[in-house]
Design a protein around this ligand. Structure first.
Ligand SMILES: Nc1ncnc2c1ncn2[C@@H]1O[C@H](COP(=O)(O)OP(=O)(O)OP(=O)(O)O)[C@@H](O)[C@H]1O
Ligand SMILES: [Mg+2]
Length: 390
């Protein structure tokens, strides 16, 4: 059982570029941490510093409460799995998996036992005598995993291990990694571009941007309570819609429509220094919006209050033109453009994505009222940082 602490870790490459800044992270024994963020944000650099493949420029790395900054990679008890597999091409699968164990001078009988046990676990036992070039990408990736597991490391480090596989194999391996993790309970760091992987595998997600941590938390925490606009739009697919609004005395003006806010919410926003007339960014996820046909809306108006309540807290909804439809089978993605007055240039350039149930019939080119509930909106400061307001 191994805990890991990163205290103010930074990396400045010899050319002066700061790839990671002041990273604080406390990882419990057995925890599975996903590192995510756009290309170049410092994910691999962080992993390589933990592995000892890259010097740490500032801060301290503790493995089991012991300073590890100066320890050689082989003394850190880590095993790394790469996207490129990095198998030795001239060795058989058996030799590849056994290689590190041989270096440790482990008795041959024990090596054979370990190699065979792990090969069975990862369903590559029949392939033990093949060379890497005689296998598919998915099989090679299993060998790379098996080689890491056979070493029984204190820490697993994965750098996009599944990104060379097709979607179906990735999904299969995801399930297997979850099973392995439940069984082995080895402290793990997993770098990925794929947010589904991060959300499904990780106990906690670390989201980086330009070498700086944006948020650390359980997957649903990042999804439901994003710390800033960047996290809000990075996590979730399709991406959260972001609308520029203006704060009014009792609500928000959004695409020419008034959205009333609860008193509690208004007070909370005002307490953070946002005054009437100032801009606020409103985030709303595509599956939390709905499109109401114009004639349906007038019928609803005639019906009970209850039906009205179901549509929205927007007085009338935002009038939109449905520009494109993607029927995906299990759901339908709709791309909409707000219809606003000619002087509201900013709103007319907005695009809004709505996710509807597949059985909902909509028609391209038609006008709809787009509505959503106040409880589903996220509000962010409209400045560059875009910190969450409420
Ligand atoms: N040896 C180096 N010298 C200078 N800069 C480097 C070096 N290695 C990486 N960088 C820079 O550091 C930043 C972080 O690189 P890193 O490889 O950690 O990104 P990443 O998050 O893993 O990206 P990707 O998702 O593309 O793999 C990048 O801007 C990269 O160009
Ligand atoms: Mg990388």
């Amino acid at each position: 059982m191994t805990s890991v602490r990163l205290i103010g870790i930074g990396k400045r490459y010899p050319n002066g570029f700061e790839a990671v800044q002041n990273l604080d992270l406390e990882v419990q024994s057995g925890e599975f941490i996903a590192l995510v963020g756009p290309s170049g944000c410092g994910k691999s650099t962080t992993l390589r510093m933990i592995a000892g493949l890259e010097d740490i420029s500032s801060g301290e790395l503790l493995i089991d409460d012991e300073r590890a900054n100066e320890k050689a990679p082989k003394d850190r008890g880590v095993a790394m799995v790469f996207q490129s597999y990095a198998l030795y091409p001239h060795m058989s699968v058996r030799e590849n998996i056994a290689f590190a164990l041989k270096l440790q001078k482990m008795p041959q009988v024990e090596i054979d036992q370990r190699v065979e046990a792990v090969a069975k676990k990862l369903q590559i036992f029949p392939l033990l005598d093949r060379k890497p070039k005689e296998m598919s990408g998915g099989q090679r990736q299993r060998v790379a995993m098996a080689r890491a597991i056979a070493r029984q490391p204190k820490i697993f480090l994965f750098d996009e291990p599944l990104s060379n596989l097709d979607a179906q194999l990735r999904a299969e391996m995801r399930v297997e990694i979850t099973k392995l993790q439940n069984e082995l309970k080895t402290t793990s760091f997993y770098v990925t571009h794929d947010q589904v992987e991060a959300m499904t595998l990780a106990d906690r997600v670390v989201l980086l941007k330009s070498g700086v941590v944006q948020q650390i938390g359980a997957p649903l925490e990042l999804h439901d309570q994003p710390a800033n606009r960047f996290v809000a739009t990075f996590i979730g697919s399709p991406t959260m819609n972001m609308l520029r609004t203006e704060l009014k005395l009792d609500g928000l003006q959004v695409c020419g429509v008034h959205l009333s806010l609860s008193t509690k919410r208004l007070e909370h926003i005002q307490a953070q220094g946002i005054k009437s007339g100032m801009p606020i960014d409103l985030g709303i996820r595509p599956h939390q919006m709905t499109l109401v046909a114009l004639d349906e809306q007038s019928k609803l108006d005639e019906q009970s209050e209850q039906a009205q309540e179901q549509t929205a807290t927007l007085a009338n909804g935002i009038k939109v033109s449905l520009e494109a439809i993607e029927p995906l089978g299990s759901e339908t993605i709709c791309y909409c453009r707000p219809i606003v007055t000619a002087d509201d240039q900013e709103s007319s350039e907005q695009r809004l994505v709505v996710k509807l149930d597949a059985d909902r019939k909509v028609e391209r080119g038609q006008i709809y009222l787009l509505s959503f509930k106040e409880e589903h909106i996220h509000l962010f400061n409209a400045d560059e940082e875009g910190v969450r307001l409420s």
